[in-house]
Design a protein around this ligand. Sequence first.
Ligand code: MTE
Length: 322
Amino acid sequence: MTAKRPWNLPERCVTPESAYLNRRSLLAGATGAAAATLLPPVSRARAEADPSAGLYTAPLNGRFADAGRAVTPEAINTSYNNFYEFGTSKDIAAAAEALQVRPWTIAIDGLVETPRTLGIDDLLKSVTLEERIYRHRCVEAWSMVAPWTGFPLRALVEQAKPLASATYLRFETFMDPEMAPGQKPSLFGGGLPWPYVEGLTVAEATNELAFVVTGAYGKPVAKSMGAPIRIHLPWKYGFKSIKSIVKITFTDQRPASFWEQLQASEYGFWANVNPDVPHPRWSQATERVLGSDERIPTVIFNGYGEWVAHLYKGLENERLWA
Ligand code: MTE
């Protein structure tokens, strides 16, 4: 997300949606030998049985049933992604099919009563899944609306039984350069601080809005969107919503995130959405709605202030907005 580094492709932020989608439909429409050379063999991987498939769909939570805008078509949401482990463009969906989502474990460690490792399917059995329609605002000034399925992050925090001394959660994505070539130092990953790390305060993580995502569009979440388990924090810029999580550490130290390590002047810890605080290189006043040619005004906390504004009282001296 920075233009100063060799691995960065700034044009991806400005490609008009229509041009991007035209290219996708051209690819989808390609036939015969041409298609064989253009499209990687992803259909076989997609056919893999997912043991959690029967858990979807889940009941819609009435408090988050309407995002005030149309849900973004699934085909866009699953094919226009930021997932740097699989490439620096938005077009990583085919590469992300290499993500092996079973077996999958999540280690819970640090300042907790008993550190342990949870298998994803055991975790899924221990929670109540629900659907929520959330707005998602990327720091690059585009947005979409996703119908997530998952459970409140608060439920996972309660299961973890943190010690009173724990004030932060540090999340970590898998590290496997063979599976995810973006992590190879020899490719564009050179110099990137893998694995992807993000952090939240315990107060943020236990807010009603903070959501663990395991599904989307009524089925297990697509690999390109961070299967098999990610979080979504709709009041923060999208980079806080870490994908494909393998470890959650409770700590009393503020975690340094992937983007903060890379470019602290542009990407900080809090990263709450605010139209009045520009990114150092572009305005945050408006956002491009994926799937349309519309640009709409951005709203503070992405419109979720009634849930979260109180979390930041007394923290006005912090860099809350970037
Ligand atoms: N998590 C990991 N592990 N790797 C990433 O590159 N990108 C982040 C976030 N989580 C990212 C990640 C960014 S910049 C955004 S905007 C969102 O994922 C994008 O989520 P989406 O592809 O489902 O829209």
